[in-house]
Design a protein around this ligand. Structure first.
Ligand code: FES
Length: 196
């Protein structure tokens, strides 16, 4: 699949973006203060959770959705792709995700709630480029088992977004807060089991 795997046909709903309407008749001097502490409708929309129906994402396919201005990737990993993860531990900088920046469900072999679905912010942890999804084995190098390759300075990540050792990128790619509202609907931005 190409690196431009944005499927604009997917259902993507912004929720919780309705701006509260201020009460009529608030005494004059208080209004500017209240307004300065309440986010605008645009700001609320920009930070709102994003609900994504993943039922049509085919095995091996990655889709991209926008959340808080960031590209969030959802990759439906095949059984073969999942089987590569264990083989790479010795080549990775932080295979067990011991760095503390990740939600608890990123601290497993798959870095995800459901093994087959990777949900991850698609931004390189070096200087912020967007890595390419390169699922073909042997493509980046002879021992390549599939993963993500950043064209800016050559950082390599596996199919769970774990960075290889000795790369410019210092950390694994970010797993955002998310949860499932049904077996096939992901809510990006809300971690129901571990609310902030
Ligand atoms: S931004 Fe990805 S390797 Fe530098």
């Amino acid at each position: 699949m190409s690196n431009d795997g944005v499927d604009t046909g997917r259902r993507m709903l912004l929720i919780g973006a309705t701006a509260a309407v201020g009460a009529v008749g608030v005494v004059g001097a208080a209004v500017p203060f209240v307004r300065s502490w309440n986010p605008s409708a645009e700001a609320k929309a920009a930070g709102a959770p994003v609900e994504v129906d993943i039922s049509q994402v085919q095995p091996g396919q990655r889709i991209v959705v926008k959340w808080r201005g960031k590209p969030v990737w959802i990759l439906h990993r095949t059984p073969d792709q999942l089987s590569t993860l264990k083989k790479l531990d010795s080549r990775l900088r932080d295979p067990n995700c011991d760095d503390p920046q990740q939600p608890s469900y990123a601290k497993n072999e798959w870095r995800s709630i459901k093994p087959e679905y990777l949900v991850m912010v698609g931004i390189c942890t070096h200087l912020g480029c967007s890595p390419m999804y390169v699922p073909e084995q042997g493509k980046v190098e002879a021992s390549w088992l599939g993963g993500f390759f950043c064209p800016c300075h050559g950082s390599k990540y596996d199919l769970a977004g774990r960075v290889y050792s000795g790369m410019p990128a210092p950390k694994n790619m970010e797993v955002p807060p998310y949860s499932y509202t049904s077996p096939s609907v992901v809510l990006i931005g809300v971690d129901k089991e571990h609310p902030a």
